[in-house]
Design a protein around this ligand. Structure first.
Ligand SMILES: [Zn+2]
Length: 282
C-alpha cells in the first residue's frame, strides 16, 4: 500500500541525533512524502532546512496555539516571508487549544487569524490543531466560527483554493457533528494515533465520514505512537499502522489487496490535492 505521512515533526529536537536514520527508515517503509510542520520560528526554519536537500519532504511554516504568546514581530515577519518559498506547501500548524492553554485565549485567537489570513493570501492550506478538555467542544466550536468569519466556507476560500481544501484538520479530535461540519466546508481531515485513545471514540467514528479526496493520515511524530509500535518516540514509518486502521474502519479487509492498494492510491492523491504536490518543485 502506498503511504504518506501528512504530519510528522522531523524538526523536533527529539530527532536531532538521528534524523537521517529516521528518514531512511521511512523510505524503507515505503513512505513517498512526509509533511514537516513548524510550530514556531525555529521549527519552521528547521522544516525548510530538512526539505532543502530532500525534494520528497515538504515543509509548513506557522505558529501553534501553544507558542502564540511567544512569537515576536520579527519572527512572524520571517514566517510570512518563508510562506512564499516553494518548499512550503501549507501554513501551520496553527489552531486553538483550550485543553492546555499555554497561551491566553485572546492571543490564540489573534494568532489563528493571522495564520488563516496568510493561508488565504498564499493559497497554501492552513494546518489546524484543535483540542478541548476531554468531553468538551469549546475549541472546536470556536474554530468553526473563526473559519467562517475568515471566509473559509465561502467565496474567499473558493477564490484562493478552487477545488482544493482550504485547510486540514490535523489529528482529528471532536464530536461527529463537528466532523460533518468541517467536511461540509470542504476541509481535509487527517487521522493520527489519537483515534485509539479512550475517550476519542467519536473521533474514531469520524473516519468513515470523510470523502476519500479529503482523507489524510499522519503520525504527529514524535508524539502519539500508535498501539503496535515501540513505546516512546513515534516515527513516520508508523503511519502504516494508522493507515491500516482507517482502511479497516472504512470496510477494507486486511486480506483485500486490491482494496488496500486503491486506498493507498487515494491517500497519496488526497495529499497531492491538498498540498498541490503534483506541481514539480522548482
Ligand atoms: Zn503537530
Amino acid at each position: 500500500m502506498r503511504l504518506v505521512d501528512s504530519h510528522g515533526h522531523l524538526n523536533s529536537d527529539r530527532f536531532d541525533d538521528d534524523v537521517d536514520q529516521v528518514i531512511g527508515g521511512a523510505q524503507l517503509a515505503g513512505l513517498e512524502r512526509i509533511l514537516v510542520p513548524g510550530w514556531n520560528h525555529h521549527s519552521s526554519s528547521r522544516a525548510l532546512e530538512l526539505a532543502e536537500a530532500r525534494p520528497w519532504l515538504d515543509a509548513a511554516v506557522g505558529v501553534h496555539p501553544h507558542d502564540a504568546a511567544k512569537v515576536t514581530h520579527e519572527e512572524w515577519a520571517d514566517i510570512c516571508r518563508w510562506a512564499g518559498d516553494a518548499r512550503v506547501v501549507a501554513i501551520g500548524e496553527t489552531g486553538l487549544d483550550s485543553d492546555r492553554m499555554f497561551s491566553p485565549w485572546p492571543v490564540q485567537l489573534e494568532n489563528l487569524r493571522r495564520n488563516l489570513d496568510l493561508a488565504l493570501a498564499t493559497g497554501k492550506p492552513a494546518i489546524l490543531h484543535c483540542r478541548s478538555k476531554m468531553g468538551e467542544r469549546d475549541a472546536q466550536d470556536a474554530l468553526v466560527a473563526e473559519l467562517r468569519a475568515a471566509g473559509f466556507a465561502g467565496e474567499r476560500a473558493q477564490a484562493a483554493f478552487g477545488e482544493r481544501p482550504p485547510a486540514i484538520i490535523h489529528s482529528f479530535s471532536g464530536p461527529v457533528d463537528y466532523a460533518a461540519e468541517v467536511i461540509a466546508m470542504g476541509l481535509a481531515v487527517s487521522f493520527s494515533g489519537l483515534v485509539y485513545r479512550q475517550g476519542e471514540e467519536s473521533s474514531a467514528s469520524a473516519a468513515v465520514l470523510v470523502p476519500s479526496a479529503r482523507l489524510l493520515v499522519e503520525t504527529d511524530a514524535p508524539f502519539l505512537a500508535p498501539p503496535g509500535s515501540p513505546k516512546g518516540r513515534n516515527m513516520p514509518a508508523n503511519v502504516a499502522i494508522t493507515a491500516a486502521w482507517v482502511a479497516g474502519r472504512r470496510g477494507i479487509a486486511q486480506s483485500d489487496e486490491a482494496g488496500l492498494a486503491a486506498f493507498g492510491d487515494s491517500l497519496v492523491a488526497a495529499y497531492d490535492l491538498a498540498f498541490a504536490r503534483a506541481r514539480p518543485r522548482g
